[in-house]
Design a protein around this ligand. Sequence first.
Ligand code: UD1
Length: 426
Amino acid sequence: MESFLINGGNPLAGAVRVSGAKNSALKLMAAALLTSDKTILQNVPMIKDVRTMANVLRELGVGVTVTPERVEIDPSGGLSDTAPYELVRKMRASIIVMGPLLARLGRARVAMPGGCNIGPRKIDFHLSGLEKLGARINVEHGFINVDTNGLTGDVISLDYPSVGATENIMMAAVTARGRTVIESAAREPEIIDLAKFLTSMGARISGAGSETVIIDGVDELNGATHTVVPDRIEAGTFMIAAAVTRGDLVIEDVNPLHLEIFISKLRSIGVEVQEFDHKIRCRGGEFNSTDIATLPHPGFPTDLQAPVLVLLSLARGHSIVTENVFENRFVFVDEMNRLGASIRTSGHHAVVHGQSRLEGAIVEAPDLRAGAALVLAGLAAAGTTEVRRIGHIDRGYENFEQKLQALGADIQRVEVSNRAPSAAPF
Ligand code: UD1
């Protein structure tokens, strides 16, 4: 087991380049299944989830070559229909291969994703959307079996703008007969990125990024080369790192328009934010409390809820944070309180009583974004923090500690196998 050991208190300074978006790259890799031609993805983040998705594709019989920031996918050698449990349980996003497999093969067999520590994360909208296009669905022995004699476009009105459901339905619909209309679609930048990639493969899609996405089916798709959109969540994480360490960072290769509400919230808290075409400069100072509610894009992103709680833990006064997207996303609050924060939760609300400082302690990352938030808290805290279970963080942040070290952070990755908590260097 590895941990991060962090000696907090160094203000971060300098420039950091944001990698390609995890939440786009994974879906683009799945979209490559829609053709038998080779596709090339550039600006792919070199993270654990991308390696897992590469293994999912290999398991399906596809050739995948991963070199730094570039993934070549070659499905010309045939395609199997089964995504096994061992891979789907490692990464729930693997279920995104369902739509492309259904479109290419007329069938898919995908293991049911297991529970997840940020709530139950159902997939009913994915399945009812595919059913509406003409898929038959049968769940047995822990597998979701979908098959069809041919998909036909229809109007699919989502009960909630689910990112994954919008993507799965878009990919199933690109070669369906006729027109598919997705109403109440998710509007995230990653949806626009997927639509751009599919369009360059020959698909006919309009409206991506709005609440109505229209897909006119084509006979087949061809290979394409595509550059993954920048990771707005990684950018937001570094912006908060600048703020909580009272540092001064330039975040490069980011689209500030993807972070509008997040930026306006940071400004209202007292963080100095300057926007440029592809850069954001962010400086920390004194912070004021504020109330935040997470919502689907363009609302405040749920993936930045944990990081912003760290900032509000250091703000004057009380803040209320409401999590509207996922259940159980406050599981890391107990760990924050071990670092000296004062946060109480009730259902999907967290009440944060700002403190003048945080103090180093041993904490455990319960999931990806909360893990990153605990690192930010450690960077701001007085003394030494050990963040355990950092495998969660490696799923989604490329070279996290190297990027932070280059900005002046004192953070080391250490092996902690079998070490008793009392033996930690505090
Ligand atoms: C994606 C992102 C995740 C982000 C989330 C919301 C990836 C790999 N992950 O997750 O980082 O936090 O979008 O921006 O891209 N729901 C249902 N039924 C469904 C589908 C969803 O009830 O069929 C519920 C979920 O339980 C959740 C909410 O809808 O409460 C949002 O889920 P969704 O937008 O689908 O998120 P993901 O695609 O799983």
